[in-house]
Design a protein around this ligand. Sequence first.
Ligand code: E4P
Length: 217
Amino acid sequence: MKFFVDTADTDAIRDLNELNLIDGVTTNPSLIMKAGRDIKEVTKEICDMVDGPVSAETVALDAEGMINEGHELKKIADNIAIKVPLTLDGLKACKHLTDEGHMVNVTLCFSANQALLAAKAGATFISPFIGRLDDLNIDGMDLIQDIRTIYDNYGFETQILAASIRTANHMKEAALIGADVATAPPAVIKSMANHVMTDKGIDAFLKDWEKTGQKIL
Ligand code: E4P
């Protein structure tokens, strides 16, 4: 499973990149607002840092506008994945942009039927939003499972990008189901390394080591 980090915070991306923990980045208008930076400037900085796909989102509501914005965003760097919303216009823009050879991430997916349409439109990535479904008391993981089944039934190559991930448990469940990618905030990715027994074990080993009076270096 590939890991993307869901942020426009370049310090956090640099940190995770140095830990070799990420294969790409996703951004959205809210994350750009949170970063308080110019979209083109910050996205260029991110693309220079990370080899994998960097999703940058269009904001037009009509297909033509999305295509034009996609072309503009694509000028930033070769590794841009153009993000379009899962609407009929978004699907039209997706087909057009993928036919031109661009990576397209179809975002704001909340149903298996939406994901089926995105695959038929040739999307590179489909982004089902797990956390936002959980907020409605609908199990977001059921959606990931349904999409996995449908895509496998027909051999669709669209990659399932589990999004709106809130916990390390979401990462585990998405991996068990077979999501191709998961995008999560920096803190969630880092928290996957945590276990209280690991901390306790280190503590006990160090105490015993001190008693030996030895040094390795
Ligand atoms: C995905 O591409 C989105 O940017 C993101 O995962 C949304 O997550 P949120 O529901 O936590 O805002």
